[in-house]
Design a binder for this molecule. Structure first.
Ligand code: FES
Length: 71
């Protein structure tokens, strides 16, 4: 679904950018251009950021498996 009509950016593109590290609205504006024109999408972009942050908090923590040194 299109979130930013002005830049033709979908919610999937925004979620992918968030997963890749665009963790603030400012970073999303920089990498996708959302919110730069009319600004009507800013509320939805903010909601997506919050939803992704909540989802991340519920994900189990990844534990790195380090090789054990052989003696
Ligand atoms: S809908 Fe996103 S800037 Fe206009």
């Amino acid at each position: 679904m299109y979130v930013c009509i002005c830049k033709a950016v979908t919610d999937s593109q925004i979620r992918e950018a968030i997963d890749r590290g665009a963790c603030t609205r400012k970073k999303l504006v920089h990498c996708l251009g959302v919110g730069r024109d009319c600004g009507k999408c800013n509320g939805d972009v903010r909601e997506l950021l919050q939803a992704c942050a909540r989802h991340r908090c519920r994900e189990p923590k990844m534990v790195a498996m380090l090789p054990v040194a052989a003696n």
